[in-house]
Write a protein that binds this ligand. Sequence first.
Ligand code: SF4
Length: 468
Amino acid sequence: MSKTPTYVTPEALKRQEDAIERIAALPGKPQTYHIVTYGCQMNAHDSETLAGMLEGMGMREAQDRLTADLVLFNTCCVRDNAERRALGNVNWLKELRRGNPDLIIGVCGCMVQQPQMAQKILKQYPFIDLAFGTHNVYELPEMLEGLLTSGKRAIHLAEEENQIAEGLPMKRQSAHKAFITIMYGCNNYCSYCIVPYVRGRERSRRMDDILREAEGLLQSGVQEIMLLGQNVNSYGNGTQETFPALLKALDALGVPRIRFMTSHPKDLSDALIDVMASGKHIARHMHLPVQSGSDAILAAMNRHYTREKYMERVASLRRAVPGIGLSTDLIVGFPGETEAQYQDTVSLVEEVGYDSAFTFIYSAREGTAAAKLPGQLPESVTGERIARLIRTVEQGTQRAHASMLGKPEHVLVESISKRDGAMVSGKGSRGITIVLPGSQEDIGKIIPVTITQSAANTLRATRQTEGE
Ligand code: SF4
């Protein structure tokens, strides 16, 4: 069950507001910032909040880290290589600091939230000025003010993980699409995953707050809202505010298109499938991470479903929402995975026929249950397995794309095509990139089309004429 969340107090939020105002009036404050974001969409959305606060201080976004006065790395620790890449980049900035002694370097996000990492930053990275975890994002103004006025290096890691900060400023990346975080944290403790340790226990925002945010976005012309959470299906767990109820209320609000991620298969309820089937604005797409096709590996991963159960949920979804597109996450090389168990994953991918999949080689994370398991596999095995799996995923994508030929779709146009200025591109309801004839005027509109060509990663379409 979810923890009952507490909210950051109005007094604490007011302190940040005041700090933003004081920094804005500070002579010699940094003029530009650059945020480097690693990892998932939750992090991308946190970066929008960080940018919103920095803009409130009168700073402007620099094109790259070379020209910025303040560089912030919003890090991920889900995989070892993401962590190493972030630290490598931070080290590289140390060199830049030699030519620009006023450069401010900050590191935040999941990587910093790990206790051993905070210690490491304190001791081994003395040139990092600001470091704060996922629970302290809202405190950036006070930390930065302390640094600017007294040179005080700020390393903040919340002990109280249970707080939600409402109403922070935000600089959204797109005028047409917006993220709304509906819940934070995760209770599932999949044995390979570090997220519950760095993002904390599940806590859901109030439905009223989410609806108010969505209403504001709708009024500002946003066409698509992506609801975010580590496991959106368990939103409001233990209260009347369930995820199907939230989705239904958002659908009634009239947001043109609603997406959500991520859905844990064990919590994919019939009620949610019903709302998806009856909703007018809910995208025909679900990201449903399966991770493995082997029951033994799923049990070792602590996923709480079997292959049979997963396939039953897929069948129910497809019955209720014809033409729904599915995407997934897959891990190869979980400790002890045999060739036969790996083959179970390959056969499941063939059976489901995903539109797309994120494929990963298992990465041991300190502090997780799986990191202690025997049977960690060598790179020679995992590298070969993932290459074969990617080929299988690609074949499935091609089949899924081909099955859409001649079918109608609706594209939210996002940009002029890079290859052909007379074409525009955007995402269809299933989340697949579609290219169609168009111009600047189409950007931000949802256009009805008919699919005419399929390629490896994209579809081509013609615009539907009236009456079609
Ligand atoms: S559901 Fe599992 S994989 Fe997803 S964030 Fe929670 S623990 Fe990690």
